[in-house]
Design a protein. Structure first.
Length: 749
């Protein structure tokens, strides 16, 4: 191996790190200087806040780039050489010459796409492996067969670097793949931003990795637009979001909100659970019509023969059927949601009641015109409008409703559903469930928010702040520096708060203390429109969940990744066409990933058999590696199940992570037998051994996986085969199966 070549590369890597350190120092200094700025005008403050956000983001990006900063080099036929890294770095010269090319820049593309057949102008491609700031290995690929120069670092196996990455022990947190993105993945990562892109692929084909790198790429290529609107990444459960959560920060990206659908209704925590059958009913698209009908039910009229009588100082008022029907018709005619149409109903009824009152009070007993003039009638109207009895009566007909109130009422007595489905949903109390969240969102749309009360509250709060600020100013004025008193201090040059800022301005200043990023603001706003939405495990989402997500992305700039063969949720969709048709017709791109980077061929063969029991023609993705280690399987007495699992866990190699995947009903027994494993709460994936049920294992991976009672998993639900397929395909190295029935196990681990 040529040490000279290594030495030269080391020199370069050290140079880039020095420059990174310098840029970091500069960014830190700029940040501190911006924080210290004491401008007074509104403009100055806004500029300062923007400056702080920008400098903090660039500092975070520079800090994140430190590990594995330089990982590639391309030598072009025209003699130009580029180093590729996690971020772009320029020299400190007048031209600011590029020193390191960001992996997302167009210039870097041949590093990922060039092949011997299609060299894209390259002579050589080099992978640079580093540990900290030290170069430990170089792998060169010759792209131009006519080139006879040799460095001594030529790879015998073109996939050596990839295979090394795939074979490494797992940490419980997903890592980025910037240095080894494969050509089929690169094409998806850099696909145009517009429209809906569907990425389908079997287990381990890198769908999640690609989705996250696509987010980083889009933020790089469309920073201006996306940093304002933020990118939303939707995952199946919080443990999964924790698992992938460090990939984007490691790429220096912060403008992203990671969330499950269940977390997308601000201030609602969906901690409840329910049967898959109930969740499936709640997820069906026709729930939108059911809820719409239920909202119309809340717009009542009195019975024809039983008008509403409202006591009033000037005599009882009567809201009869005809009056209410007419008012309801007018209010509905506006096409507005329930709460926004409500004032139309209210005004109409108040008008009618005023007329009723005026007709009665001002009636000429001899049949002449009404005695009352317009002013008198206006007075009567005011009194009617101010009557709490009138409002209470109107509220029984057309109540103002919050989504929470409405849905709680609906679930207490589900209407417009067949009896057996209503029985599944009926629930008097209890916390919200994840399947309730899309229903709350639907309800919020149907109800609308009459924000006049909220605006009034905001105005009152502002008045309170102004009064408070005025108080502060008065104190500041009262405590003028008395040493100047004898010098007629009204003209003194000492400035105090009251001289430079009035109370209203001071109140504004408090409001502006909102330094939240776009992602944070998006999280708190149900009506936020994201710049791009990425959905992982997209096959799991119900049709109602899709309605929620589509509302969050009016531009339909979306990337959906998933695998219908892994669908576990009874409400999940099995066809992309079915999911997307209502929103974009057939105008979406559909691409596939066909190589499994996670699961070795030996394990994949067993997993494929599971799927074939449902679909004999099933073809799994091709595994990129085989390890020579066959999966093992043992059959034991039910009484020995937990102890056997514990023994197999104890025997498994300690490097990396181990998962026991078992039906939830067995968790308590297994947790008792396996040391350091918890059966309750959110699983901590960074622990050496984790206990999960198949759904909880979705999207995750472990060096060793032990599946307990596969037959129970398979028979647990209509999606049981898919769940077992998911469980088997979580392993990166070793798979073991412990069962209490079925084929007698043969091999020990
Ligand atoms: N180009 C690559 N270089 C290195 N590692 C890769 C590459 N592509 C994928 N991987 C690794 O393969 C594993 C599987 O990737 P990922 O989790 O993205 O697959 P997936 O398609 O989402 O799987 P599943 O559908 O089973 O959840 C991860 O460890 C990922 O880092």
């Amino acid at each position: 191996m040529s040490t000279e070549e290594l030495r030269r590369e080391q020199q370069f890597v050290s140079l880039v790190h020095e420059r990174l350190d310098q840029l970091r120092d500069e960014a830190e200094a700029a940040l501190n200087a911006t924080i210290a700025q004491v401008g007074t005008g509104r403009q100055a403050r806004v500029e300062r806040d923007i400056g702080v956000i920008e400098h903090s983001a660039s500092l975070a990006a520079l800090n994140a780039a430190d590990t594995g900063l330089v990982f590639g080099r391309i030598d072009r036929r025209d003699g130009v050489t580029h180093h590729i890294g996690r971020t772009g770095i320029r020299r400190d010269d007048a031209e600011r010459t590029p020193l390191l090319i960001d992996w997302r820049a167009p210039v870097a593309r041949p590093f990922y796409l060039a092949t011997g057949h299609e060299p894209m102008g390259l002579r050589r491609r080099r992978h640079i492996t580093t540990q900290g700031r030290t170069v430990t290995a170089l792998h060169d690929e010759i792209m131009d067969l006519a080139d006879t120069t040799r460095t001594g670092h030529e790879s015998h196996d073109a996939d050596e670097v990839l295979l090394a990455a795939l074979g490494s022990a797992r940490t419980g947190r997903m890592g980025d793949i910037v240095s080894t993105i494969q050509a089929e993945q690169d094409r998806i990562i850099r696909a145009p931003q517009r429209g809906v892109l569907v990425v389908e692929g079997g287990p381990g084909t890198g769908k999640t990795a690609v989705a996250l790198h696509r987010a980083a790429y889009l933020l790089y290529a469309h920073r201006e637009q996306l940093s304002k609107r933020a990118v939303l990444i939707v995952g199946p459960n919080p443990a999964f979001l924790g698992y992938i959560g460090e990939v984007l920060p490691s790429l220096g990206e912060t403008g992203v909100l990671l969330s499950t659908v269940a977390e997308l209704f601000p201030e609602v925590h969906a901690t409840g659970t329910e049967s898959p059958a109930a969740a499936a009913v709640k997820g069906r698209a026709d729930m939108a019509d059911v809820l719409a009908e239920a909202v119309r039910d809340r717009q009542q009229v009195p019975d024809k023969d039983e008008p509403l009588v409202v006591p009033h100082d000037d005599g009882d008022l009567v809201i009869d059927w005809g009056m209410a029907v007419e008012a309801r018709h007018k209010a509905r005619e506006t096409g507005l949601p329930h709460n926004l149409a409500r004032p139309h109903f209210v005004f109409r009824i108040i008008d009618d009641l005023t007329t009723q009152l005026a007709d009665r009070i001002g009636a000429d007993p001899y049949g002449g015109p009404n005695f009352l003039g317009p002013d008198d009638i206006a007075q009567l109207g005011k009194a009617v409008a101010a009557s709490s009895d009138v409002h209470a009566a109107i509220a029984t007909l057309w109540p103002p409703l919050t989504p929470q109130e409405f849905l709680a009422d609906f679930l207490a007595e589900p209407v417009h559903l067949p009896a057996e489905e209503a029985a599944l949903l009926r629930r008097a109390t209890g916390p919200w469930t994840p399947a309730d969240v899309p229903l709350l969102d639907e309800a919020a749309e149907l109800l609308g928010e009459d924000d006049s009360a909220a605006l009034a509250r905001a105005e009152a709060e502002r008045a309170r702040q102004i009064a408070y600020a005025q108080g502060v100013l008065e104190v500041s004025y009262a405590s003028r520096t008395y040493e100047f008193e004898d010098k007629d201090d009204e003209d003194s040059e000492v400035l105090a708060a009251h001289d430079i800022i009035d109370a209203e301005r001071m109140a504004e200043r408090q409001e502006e203390a909102d330094h939240r990023s776009a992602a944070e603001r998006a999280a708190a706003d149900r009506t936020w429109a994201f710049g791009h939405i990425i959905v992982d495990e997209a096959q799991e989402l119900s049709q109602m969940a899709w309605r929620l997500l589509m509302r969050r992305c009016p531009t339909r700039s979306m990337t959906l990744v998933g695998d219908p063969a892994q669908t576990g949720d009874a409400a999940g969709c099995e066809s992309w066409q079915e999911i997307l048709e209502p929103y974009v017709g057939d105008r979406f791109e559909h691409t596939r990933l066909g190589v499994n980077y996670r699961t070795p061929a030996e394990i994949m063969a067993l997993a494929a058999e599971v799927r074939r029991s449902k679909d004999p023609a099933f073809e799994p993705p091709r595994s990129v590696r085989s390890t020579g280690v066959e999966p093992w399987e043992v059959t034991v007495d039910p009484a020995e199940l937990a102890a056997t699992v514990a023994a197999r866990v104890a025997e498994a190699p300690r490097e990396g992570r181990i998962a026991v995947i078992a039906p939830a009903a067995l968790h308590a027994a297994i947790a008792d037998a396996v040391p350091d494993v918890s059966a309750t709460g959110e699983p901590d994936l960074t622990r050496p051994v984790v206990l999960l049920d198949p759904r909880g294992a979705k999207g995750l991976e472990f060096d060793t996986v032990i599946v307990a009672e596969p037959d129970l998993i398979r028979s647990a639900s209509a999606q049981g085969v898919n769940d077992l397929y998911v469980a088997y395909t979580r392993a990166t190295q070793r798979l073991g199966v412990v069962r209490t029935s079925g084929p007698r196990g043969t091999e020990a681990a």
